[in-house]
Design a protein around this ligand. Structure first.
Ligand code: PHE
Length: 448
């Protein structure tokens, strides 16, 4: 991670706060506000939400504690931290490869993330212009399809977003964004509450809540479970080194557990609020919950078009979403930049180099929906859980347990034991079981 992230020596609390800000900024993003509601819609609601919550609790949080611990113990970029700790534990340096693959995953995520962030920017501009304020729900829907059909429009905003991300990373991460996130995240939270309130009054709130929280397991198949688990990794920014890189600046001996719980709780609450803002509007306006990636860009403009002050609120909200996306996207390329920097490439060069590669990939996602979908699927549902699996195995089984105890700073023996149990057994077996299940292999094995 950049020097900019490290706190002044000895000023521990400040550094802990820096970590919470950076990690929450990374975690809370399009995953919460755009992706969570739309995949919940696609995979049928309540049962999917339940599996997602279980994955956060039993896999996500334990892996996050492990990642922060690895970062703090290694005090370097993810590849180097892992290699160093592996060697210290008498294992092969090749464990460092996890860090390298993670950097690649970050870049691949950026290739569709910045396209969606570009849509958010387009909606900032549409909000300012009042474009959707006089449209009815059907027109608002076709307005979004119009954006998807316009490659040049998407390219414009995708490019703007890539340049913004690169600009922030090149300047050093906390200088600008760290402080901005401090004020903007609470604002985003407040606005989501406001929208939930609007939905409760004007939408079909009951139907929305039923959809999100009634668990109908008949709608759950192997793929839905895989997507729920993949999203738990995606939304907490796990399995690709971002949190490890930020963890490198976590202060000496404060305990990691509570901090991670705070971040995970905030992240989960924001996702649930986003769903509660959108689904009541879906049902009140005869939209389909499973309409896909356009969900947020259709439901929220419907709300804003009916609100007094909608132009103002819409502009502000989509601006906040764009900023939340930016505080996540910087953590997608920062690990790669930090690694290149260490190997002698100057920060501005590596930043614009990596952002340039992501930009090119983004053009492919704009032109081919299949590329967009493949990047999303491969990273969230395969690469991140696989990274998480290896991290869990490494910390749970290969690092000496007294070292792990010392490095996590978890004081309660019972809490430590519970965490270790989740990390050694539940997380790896859970991930493997979900992989096998989604491939249909588990059913096959059980039948034979
Ligand atoms: N967690 C971010 C979000 O939910 C996305 C992300 C994934 C960021 C992986 C960094 C690493 O929007």
């Amino acid at each position: 991670m950049s020097k900019a992230l490290s706190a002044p020596e000895g000023v521990t609390w400040k550094s802990r706060w820096t970590f919470i800000l950076a990690a929450t900024g990374s975690a809370v993003g399009l995953g919460n506000i755009w992706k969570f509601p739309y995949i919940t819609g696609e995979y049928g609601g309540g049962a999917f939400v339940l599996v997602y919550l279980a994955c956060i609790l039993m896999i996500g949080i334990p892996v996050m504690i492990a990642e922060v611990m690895l970062g703090r113990a290694g005090r370097s970029d993810p590849a180097d931290s892992m290699a160093k700790l592996a060697k210290e534990s008498g294992r092969s340096r090749y464990w460092g490869v996890i860090g390298g693959v993670g950097m690649l995953a970050g870049l691949l995520i950026m290739m569709f993330y910045s396209v969606v962030a570009g849509w958010a920017l387009e909606y900032v501009s549409q909000s300012i212009g009042g474009t959707y304020s006089n449209l009815d729900p059907a027109q608002i829907e076709s307005n979004f399809s119009g954006l998807l059909a316009s490659n040049s429009q998407q390219l414009l905003w995708h490019s703007v977003f890539c340049v913004l991300t690169a600009g922030v990373v090149a300047a050093g991460v906390t200088q600008g964004i760290g402080k901005a996130v401090d004020i903007l995240m609470p604002m985003l939270f407040f606005f989501l509450l406001l929208l939930v309130g609007y939905s409760a009054v004007n939408g079909d709130f009951e139907a929305g809540l039923h959809f999100m929280f009634d668990t109908d397991f008949s709608r759950l198949n192997g793929e839905a479970i895989l997507v729920a688990m993949g999203h738990a990794f995606f939304t907490l920014s796990l399995g690709m080194g971002a949190i490890m890189a930020y963890g490198a600046y976590f202060p000496g001996h404060s305990s990691i557990g509570k901090t991670v719980m705070t971040i995970a709780a905030l992240d989960t609450i924001i996702a649930l609020l986003a769903g509660m803002a959108m689904f009541p509007l879906v049902f009140a306006n005869d939209l389909t919950p499973g309409q896909g990636p356009g969900l947020m860009f259709v439901t929220l403009p419907i709300a804003f078009s009916n609100m007094s002050g909608g132009i103002f609120f819409g502009t502000l909200f989509f601006t906040l979403v764009s900023i939340a996306a930016l505080s996540s996207s910087i953590s997608l390329i920062e690990p790669g930049v930090a690694w290149l920097e260490k190997h002698g490439v100057k920060r501005p060069v590596s930043t614009f180099g990596l952002a340039g590669i992501a930009w090119l990939g983004g053009i492919a996602s704009i032109h081919y929906e299949s590329v967009f979908n493949a990047l999303d699927y491969l990273t969230a549902n395969v690469m991140l859980p696989l990274g998480g699996l290896l991290i869990a195995v490494f910390v749970g089984w290969l690092m000496p347990s007294d070292r792990v105890l010392d490095e996590t700073g978890i004081l309660h023996a019972k809490v430590f034991k519970a965490w270790r149990f989740l990390l050694r057994y539940i997380a790896p077996l859970g991930i493997i079981a979900v992989f096998l299940h989604s491939l249909g292999l588990l059913g096959w094995l059980m039948r034979h």
